[in-house]
Ligand binder design. Structure first.
Ligand code: HEM
Length: 476
């Protein structure tokens, strides 16, 4: 007995953000498949429904029971990523984010263990982040409390931590070449939400002859590849197999091991092309997500001065003071600050519908038949805004993560997704968020520029970022 989930009248939503082109209402009307629209759709169609994206069918699942069902209980059946024409041109089917099966498992295992060797979860990485916090504080201080857009500075800081892990380098905040590269990456994340990119996903053979954002995405990607190729070439020139300095060195060692041994299945797994894809994936997946979250954090602090005041006085000042930099172990004592950071992630909601997955075999979910090849979107927001779980889901409220004054983690908080394919950088991201946030709040009070009302409007792109804004970082 085969029953398909009901198909809703939305079509062509952007795979990453849900920006959709509704055929039913007006052929050229752009609608955001917002949390509100989704909750309306699930009220009408239930916790599981289908969405057409051009020739591809996607199933959206909502609520704890079904999100856990597809990401954990039947996680092995929904472990792959769907093919989007725009991403085939860019991310390809290799690397960490878009690969599947054996190739994905090997890259993920290798990357996790290598990042651990280079300090993930250890003191050495913590010190690197603390050093970057100091640099970021210095460039914020240079603004002397005047309004400025923090975007590039914050992104540069976050990128430096990942660059240190990948190729052992950080870039000065005044390095124009690196800033241009960060701008290219940002432009790509934003252009993914554009109407022409979505049309390319649906009609690639026609759209490739027409102008539009898809060409810029492909051009920018080439420039990023060129940058990374230069880093890989430099490493190859002075590579010493007995001493791995960073991720690229370790990967080169892995490639050499495989090419030295007899032909095995592994031959196909560690190649220079895959090294390029993994390094770019780490930058892409790790930079904009973390930077957007930090930019949400500054915005929420400026909009909620009473919450910022509590973070400052009762917590940071009482526990850390001004004489030393914040450390990760302070998390155990900074209950309120930790709750604020979690609430920033919940309300900021930077990856609202998860990174899309695909059914690798026929499956049944909640009695509905999901054929092999169907795309799956697990609506993470449906948990993080569930009105039965959160006291005031639509409002920024750190009390959501506090019980009797102590930090308390709600299981409906899942910004990094769930299961075996959940975010590979969660540990790094959580360390960065805590250290950057506390060190900035230790040094500054964030305020709206005079006569300016800050907006919480999100920007459509791969990650849900705040729209560019100016803020004042007033030294404390
Ligand atoms: C606040 C920051 C971040 C958020 C909210 C976030 C969120 C996510 C989410 C929702 C996914 C999809 C998981 C799934 O398919 O179920 C993901 C995947 C991924 N993330 Fe993150 N992420 C963040 C930071 C990072 C950082 C810092 C790195 C880099 C070290 C990173 C690397 C990755 C990679 C490589 C994947 C693909 C994993 C795979 O397909 O196996 N992320 N992230």
């Amino acid at each position: 007995h085969i029953v398909s989930p009901p198909i809703v009248p939305y079509c062509c939503p952007c795979p990453w953000t849900g920006l959709s082109w509704s055929q039913q209402e007006h052929p050229l009307q752009i609608k955001t498949l917002s949390i509100y629209v989704l909750s309306q759709l699930s009220k009408r169609y239930g916790d599981i429904f289908g969405i057409h994206m051009g020739s591809m069918k996607f199933v959206m699942v909502n609520g704890m029971r079904l999100v856990r069902e597809v990401l954990i209980n039947q996680g092995d059946k929904f472990m792959e990523r769907p093919d989007f024409p725009i991403d085939e041109q860019v991310f390809s089917k290799i690397g960490l984010v878009s690969s599947s099966g054996h190739l994905w498992k090997a890259q993920r295992r290798f990357t996790l263990s290598t990042l651990r060797n280079f300090g993930l979860g250890k003191r050495s990485l913590e010190e690197r982040i603390q050093e970057e916090c100091q640099f970021l504080g210095d460039v914020f201080r240079d603004e002397q409390g005047n309004p400025f857009n923090p975007q590039l500075k914050v992104t540069n800081a976050v990128a430096n931590v990942i660059c240190s892990l990948i190729f052992g380098n950080r870039f000065d905040y005044h390095d124009e070449d690196f800033q241009s590269l960060l701008k290219l990456m940002y432009e790509m994340t934003v252009l993914h939400g554009s109407i022409t990119s979505q049309l390319y996903n649906n009609f690639p053979s026609i759209m490739k002859y027409l102008p539009g954002a898809h060409h810029t995405i492909i051009k920018n990607w080439r420039l990023l590849r060129k940058f990374m190729q230069e880093q890989i070439n430099k490493h190859k020139e002075d590579w010493n197999p007995s001493e791995s300095r960073d991720y690229i060195d370790s990967y080169l060692l892995e490639i050499s091991k495989v090419s030295n041994c007899e032909k095995t299945l592994l031959d196909d797994t560690f190649r220079e092309e895959h090294l390029m894809a993994c390094t770019l994936d780490l930058m892409f997946a790790g930079i904009e997500t973390t930077s957007s979250t930090l930019r949400w954090a500054l915005l929420f602090m400026a909009i909620h001065p009473e919450i910022q005041g509590t973070v400052h006085k009762k917590l940071i000042d009482a526990v850390i003071g001004q004489a030393r930099p914040p450390a990760l172990e302070d998390r155990n004592n900074l209950h309120y600050t930790n709750a604020v950071i979690h609430e920033v992630q919940r309300k900021g909601n930077v990856v609202p519908f998860n990174v899309p997955r695909m059914a690798s075999e026929d499956a049944y979910v909640d009695g509905y038949f999901i054929p092999k090849g169907t795309g799956i979107m697990a609506n993470l927001s449906s948990l993080m805004f569930d009105k039965n779980e959160w006291k005031t889901p639509e409002h920024f409220n750190p009390e959501h993560f506090l019980k009797d004054g102590k930090f308390w983690k709600n299981e409906y908080f899942i910004p990094f997704s769930l299961g075996k394919r959940s975010c590979l950088g969660e540990l790094l991201a959580r360390s960065e968020l805590f250290l950057f946030f506390t060190s900035l709040l230790q040094k500054f009070t964030f305020q709206a520029p005079p006569d300016t009302k800050l907006s919480l409007q999100p920007m459509i792109g791969i990650a849900m970022a705040p729209k560019p804004y100016k803020i004042c970082a007033v030294p404390r």
